[in-house]
Design a protein around this ligand. Structure first.
Ligand code: KIV
Ligand code: ZN
Length: 508
């Protein structure tokens, strides 16, 4: 029988420890609300004794979403920390006190400067103290993966007897390797389930050698009931276990892991983008599950295979994680099939007898631009009188734009065309891009919200790559547009227009 694996999100505690990612109270509340949408089982939202600001944020989050999700907060094994945790989370319906104390020789003798026996006593006393306030107490043995096994077990026995309901085994410095860590969890689980089968065994891994996900999954395979993770894997140094990787790893191999999570995976992508934008931490383009290229295919061989059958090169449907549909990036290496697929998606029919000449023009364009986006195809076909659009809905194209960048009043004017229709709009904004996007939004009249905008300057002479993600207000669907142009503003405008055109095509 498959068991439920609890997902404990610590984006707002361990994740927020990333330098430069500190959030204010409003931002923390927004992120907490977004993370709750994924239906995580537990959410650790701060370290209340560390500052008044952290205390207030934990309290505010507990009051706002504490009726929907178990709220946890962290502290050391000292009464003042436990008092602060209790005061900040007590309004939540299902609050959890999380206590951390080192268990490795390095922590016990060097950092804490105590004897091993003293540490066990302090740990057990802190759990007893916390239990006066709340029924749920998690005890973390910091640096567990570098601790002596029998000493660790003595500690676990003592804190479970004192009332701990969750035992957390952290690989604090990302030192573990999957086989050994799996074996460690197996041995602890074996004894723990004999000691008290109701105590939850949890793991918390760091990614210093890129093994956080592998270690966490090895632990699940070997009996861990709960995984601690962060959105996009953010956290101290190289980060924590990434929530999306572990959740999707388990989902793809439920039989192998003998477990399942109850995460609403369709909310993963949106949450990843929101956390990235709010914390100002970019998601690596090739990041598993949530990276921009996670569902993009550019090699001709792969594109051909995918077009024959998606499962040839796709192990999960992007929609499962709420990501925009798979993207075929057209390059000079794309074959005829991929080119035809994209042109058909854009509503064009190329008469067979004209195909060689049109494809040749595409290859020349691809050689020049390296990556060819939807607006490039629309422009290309303007010069191909034999290629006809078979859609009754036309797509938006950028005809002209003008911008004035001043420190006080940045303004923009754009002229867009759609079939016979021409629309000219003007707007001011907080910056020129803001003004430009206000113009486009007014012109296209689609109910969208801008979620993400990025501009990457490619190497000298190769122009700029604009990337935009927009979300439809009424159904939360995400669409992405990209464009490469010499001019930054043009790349930005066209990326937005490409995203809007994708919405129109989806409606088709
Ligand atoms: O990495 C760590 O050991 C921690 C503990 C507080 C669980 O973050
Ligand atoms: Zn940690």
């Amino acid at each position: 029988m498959k068991r439920k694996i609890y997902v404990f999100d610590t984006t707002l505690r361990d994740g927020e420890q990333v330098p430069g990612a500190k959030l204010n109270l409003e931002e923390k509340l927004d992120v907490a609300v977004q993370i709750a949408k994924m239906k995580v089982d537990m959410m650790e939202v701060g370290f209340p004794s560390s500052s008044q600001g952290d205390f207030e944020a934990v309290k505010a989050i507990s009051e706002k979403i504490g009726q929907e999700v178990c709220i946890a907060a962290l502290g050391r094994a000292v009464e003042a920390d436990i008092d602060a945790i209790y005061q900040s989370i007590r309004k939540a319906q299902d609050p959890l006190i999380h206590i951390v104390l080192g268990s490795s020789e390095l922590h016990v003798s060097k950092k804490l400067q105590k004897t091993p026996e003293q540490i066990i006593e302090i740990g057990a006393a802190s759990v007893k103290y916390a239990k006066q306030f709340l029924p749920k107490v998690q005890y973390s043995l910091e640096d567990a993966s570098r601790s002596d096994f029998e000493y660790m077990w003595k500690t676990i026995e003592a804190v479970v007897k004192a009332g701990a309901t969750i035992i957390n085994i952290p690989d604090t410095v990302g030192y573990a390797v999957p086989e050994q860590f799996g074996n460690l969890i197996y041995r602890i689980n074996d004894r723990l389930k004999n000691l008290d089968p109701n105590v939850i065994l949890s793991v918390h891994c760091h990614n210093d050698t890129g093994l956080a996900t592998a270690n966490t999954l090895a632990a699940v395979r070997n009996g861990a009931d709960k995984v601690e993770c962060t959105v996009n894997g953010i956290g101290e140094r190289a980060g924590n276990t990434s929530l999306e990787e572990v959740v999707m790893g388990i989902k793809l191999h439920e039989d192998y892991y003998g477990g399942y999570t109850t995460i609403d995976t369709a909310k993963i992508y949106e949450t990843s983008r929101m956390v990235s934008a709010t914390m100002g931490l970019d998601v690596q383009v090739n990041k598993a599950i949530t990276g921009e290229n996670a569902f993009a295919h550019s090699s001709g061989i792969h594109q051909d295979g995918l077009l024959k059958s998606k499962d040839v090169y796709e192990i999960m449907d992007p929609e499962t994680v709420g990501a925009p549909p798979m993207e075929l990036v057209l390059t000079a290496r794309s074959g005829k099939h991929a080119f035809l697929y994209v042109t058909k998606r854009l509503g064009f029919e190329i008469p067979e007898e004209h195909f060689p000449e049109v494809f040749e023009k595409f290859l020349q364009l691809a050689d020049r631009k390296k990556e060819v986006y939807d607006n490039d195809i629309l422009t290309l076909f303007k010069c191909c009188p034999n290629v006809k659009s078979v859609f009754d809905k036309e797509l938006w194209q950028l005809e002209e734009y003008q911008m004035t960048a001043t420190s006080t009043l940045p303004t923009a004017t754009v002229k867009l065309i759609r079939g016979e229709k021409q629309v000219v709009t003007s707007s001011s904004g907080s910056g020129v891009i803001d003004a430009l996007y206000s113009c486009i939004m007014e012109a296209v009249q689609e109910p969208v919200e801008l979620i993400e905008y990025r501009i990457n300057n490619l190497s000298r002479g190769k122009g700029s790559l604009g990337k935009v993600t927009v979300q439809i207000k009424h159904n939360d669907k995400l669409y992405q547009g990209k464009a490469i142009e010499q001019d930054v503003m043009e790349a930005s405008a066209l990326a937005f227009i490409n995203a809007v055109n994708k919405i129109i095509l989806d409606e088709e």
